[in-house]
Design a protein around this ligand. Sequence first.
Ligand SMILES: C[S@@+](CC[C@H](N)C(=O)[O-])C[C@H]1O[C@@H](n2cnc3c(N)ncnc32)[C@H](O)[C@@H]1O
Length: 255
Amino acid sequence: MEFAQLPAGASVLDVGCGRGAALFPAADAVGASGEVVGIDISEEMIRYATDGVRERELGNVTLSVMNGQSPDFPAGRFDAVIGSCSLFIWTKGEDDVRPYAKLLKPGGRFATAAPSFFGTLQGKWSLFPDAVNDLLLPYLLRSVKANGAYDSQFANAGANWLGTPQLIEKTLTGAGFVDVDITEEDLPVVCTSGEQWVEFTYTTGMRGMWERMEEKERDEVIPEVARRLDGLKDDNGLITTPVPIVYIRAAAPGA
Ligand SMILES: C[S@@+](CC[C@H](N)C(=O)[O-])C[C@H]1O[C@@H](n2cnc3c(N)ncnc32)[C@H](O)[C@@H]1O
């Protein structure tokens, strides 16, 4: 949200809003004179987000179940379109990002964040701690082959528009954006045990990788992942694994 620099009073679309991790800070940033429209393909996510809106008593948020690949709004409807760790799931290139440029008013802001793919060409998946990357990568690639949804950007790493800062800039410029700004920053994921890290991954799309393993494989791999990560505990018993996140912002051309 900080990087998106949403001004007070802005009208914002949050694509793939989930339970509202970005949506709620966006609602705070734009204030009562602004509005945030959250869409997500999952009814359950929208249900959770609706509960969050009610708890926070937000009057400037509307939510609906909608496929972010074909957002059904008039051209030029929003001052900003954001997508926190969501757009990367389904955008493969210029054509997939262009709809968001069209939804923006002249000079409007586009901002998105994603797990960084800059390491994928070197065989590193940013969501895996270095200590277990070699162990888990083969299973991730196998699950990508079997399913190809959440991890599909990884499956075709060479053609992934998020693979390098240069490709991101080229893609967004090709989709009609200007003033592209990209920065990568580590998000520290902290856990108290290797086992807790595994539990955490079950709450994310990485669950797909675990679920597509044979039970016997899981029984071997999970204790080894836990053992390696437990070896990283600091003096306070905490394991800190940095997850590189890429933050991207751009603008629609001015009037
Ligand atoms: C990793 S979560 C991120 C959620 C939230 N933006 C956040 O920062 O916590 C990705 C979200 O994208 C949603 N999603 C996946 N495919 C989608 C699509 N085609 N259209 C809209 N939402 C989608 C998922 O349901 C999920 O809520």
